[in-house]
Design a protein. Structure first.
Length: 279
């Protein structure tokens, strides 16, 4: 009798566990939209002046948008802004609106280590930021290798190499675009422990296969932008169940109302762009 009762109790416990598991599994199929509080629709300025090696760098663009609710499927574009960039010699480059939210300049003159100042007038606010144009070391070569993966086939790794200058501290940002993701994948690098040596940047993905093309942009960036991007990358890779990170402040200042800050970062980078097809 004791053994029979023990058996029955086990069966009951197993049945209860099974029912709870089924209910949990079914509940995962239901899409739940939380009633989130809408925040202040702040201005977002995507202002990257990027000078690709081997080009004049005369055509540059700046995007201005507005923060949207979490469940919104579109990003509100901001029209009617006045946008210009002035270098330390006093030369002004005007960015005209080519389409809603997109402002284009066709006569920009990039100069390494020159300081540039961004001016944006929008919604009755004056926004400004200052940065220098940072150089990047030329890429010497690009190839691929294999990395052992105990969970499956060896991973394909695409790597490119470049010589870091010995007489300065350098910071780099690389993005990889491919059919593997709708968004670029970014990596940031500093030469803090490898100054003056050959550096290597590597990219791999479990789905990286022969025939896939990678579009790679490798930039030289400032220390401040490097720190800013590290905060962005940490936030995007954070624990999804952790505390929601606050808005990360860039270098754009609202001189009309300091509390009404804009999001984004004004940066100027020399860059290497490469296209590599996996073999």
């Amino acid at each position: 009798m004791l053994r029979l009762k023990k058996y029955n109790l086990k069966n009951k416990a197993f049945t209860l566990f099974s029912l709870l598991f089924i209910l949990l599994f079914l509940s995962c199929d239901k899409v739940v939209e939380l009633d989130l509080e809408a925040g202040d629709p702040k201005i977002v300025i995507d202002a990257e002046i990027i000078w690709e090696k081997g080009t004049s760098g005369s055509k540059q663009s700046i995007k201005i948008s507005r923060m949207a609710p979490y469940y919104s499927g579109t990003t509100p574009k901001v029209s009617g802004a006045q946008v210009r960039v002035e270098n330390s010699d006093g030369i002004v480059f005007t960015f005209n609106e080519a389409e809603p939210g997109l402002y284009v300049c066709t006569n920009f003159v990039p100069v390494i280590n020159m300081e540039y100042k961004l001016f944006v007038q929008v919604d009755g606010q004056s926004l400004t930021a200052i940065e220098k144009l940072v150089s990047v070391s030329p890429i010497d070569r690009i190839d691929q290798e294999f990395m052992a993966d105990i969970s499956g086939p060896d991973l394909i790794v695409v790597a490119f190499y470049y010589k870091d200058p010995v007489d300065q501290t350098n910071y780099y940002l690389t993005d990889y675009k491919s059919v593997l993701s709708p968004f670029p994948e970014y990596t940031s690098t500093t030469d803090e422990f490898a100054n003056g040596n050959e550096l290597v940047e590597k990219f791999s993905d479990a789905d990286l296969k022969p025939g896939i093309t990678l579009n790679i942009t490798h930039r030289g960036i400032s220390k401040n932008f490097y720190n800013y991007m590290n905060l962005i990358l940490e936030a995007t890779n954070a624990n999804p169940f952790g505390a929601v990170p606050g808005n990360i402040r860039g270098n754009i200042i609202n001189t009309t109302d300091t509390n009404n800050f804009a999001l984004g970062y004004f940066r100027l980078c020399e860059a290497n762009r490469m296209t590599y097809t996996v073999k």
